[in-house]
Ligand binder design. Structure first.
Ligand code: ZN
Ligand code: FE
Length: 257
């Protein structure tokens, strides 16, 4: 039996943990303290640390956790992550907890960002996507180009619809306010926002989401739909091709209050 848990950290990060009752893996531990506390409380041994990209809120606790637990660290080959590290590229695999995770390169938020996909966790695919895809949104383009990010999001959009998507931040409500500005007539979006508002009011995470859910509500996965294309044209009359539509929506989001 595998259990998946988002450990909250900082203001809005989730440090995702997966465990089998004995061994655990953690994704993007920006802070070691909540992970160490949780391991101790549940008498679990940390076996694996997965890192999606180099930002401090995803890596700040890696050294302390490795030293305290002896866990093996896996992360992107194309980013500057301090050793010891098993450096990963597209299609590499990580075997842990009896599962096989495949590496997807998803540049855009950072230049070497990767995601981890397991084909079957309790009957469903499971994705750890760091700061690439959020519920209702996507990561800011700090290092990559809009074209790279669109390719990365296309890759994620092509995953099985029932894939559970574990994003690294609780940005959902703010993202859905923006998504509603883009597509005020999207009934799926309105219904999803109502559901997420209730979850947050109860102190619960809105994540994991799914690829199917995101295809219905996330403007960054919907840049080829008529309503999102029309919205992009309103903010940038020259947004005619796919990359320009994506760029226009991303820039609009950057300034959205
Ligand atoms: Zn980041
Ligand atoms: Fe982050």
């Amino acid at each position: 039996m595998l259990t998946l848990i988002p450990l909250p950290a900082f203001t809005d990060n989730y440090l995702w943990v997966l465990h089998d009752g004995m061994h655990a893996l953690v994704v993007d531990p920006g802070d070691a303290a909540p992970v160490l506390r949780w391991l101790q409380e549940n008498a679990l041994q940390l076996q694996t640390i997965l890192v999606t990209h180099h930002h401090a809120d995803h890596t700040g606790g890696v050294n302390e956790l490795r030293e305290a637990t002896g866990a093996q660290v896996f992360g992107p080959a194309r980013e500057n992550i301090p050793p010891p590290l098993t450096a990963l590229q597209e299609d590499d695999v990580v075997e842990t907890l009896g599962l096989t995770f495949k590496v997807l390169e998803v540049a855009g938020h950072t230049a070497g960002h990767i995601a981890f996909l397991c084909g079957d966790v309790a009957g469903r695919p499971l994705l750890f996507c760091g700061d690439t895809l959020f519920s209702g949104g996507c990561g800011r383009l700090f290092e990559g180009t809009p074209g790279q990010m669109l390719d990365s999001l296309d890759k994620l959009a092509a995953l099985p619809p029932d894939t559970q998507v574990c994003c690294a931040h609780e940005y959902t409500l703010a993202n859905l306010r923006f998504a509603t500005a883009v597509e005020p007539g999207n009934a799926d979006l309105t219904a999803y926002e109502t559901q997420c508002v209730k979850l947050r009011a109860a102190g619960l995470p809105t994540l994991p989401t799914s690829i199917a859910q995101e295809m219905l509500v996330n403007p960054f996965l919907r840049t080829r739909t008529a309503p999102v294309r029309a919205a992009a044209l309103r903010v940038d009359p020259s947004a005619l091709d796919d990359v320009s539509v994506f760029t226009a929506i991303r820039q609009w989001k950057n300034q959205f209050k």
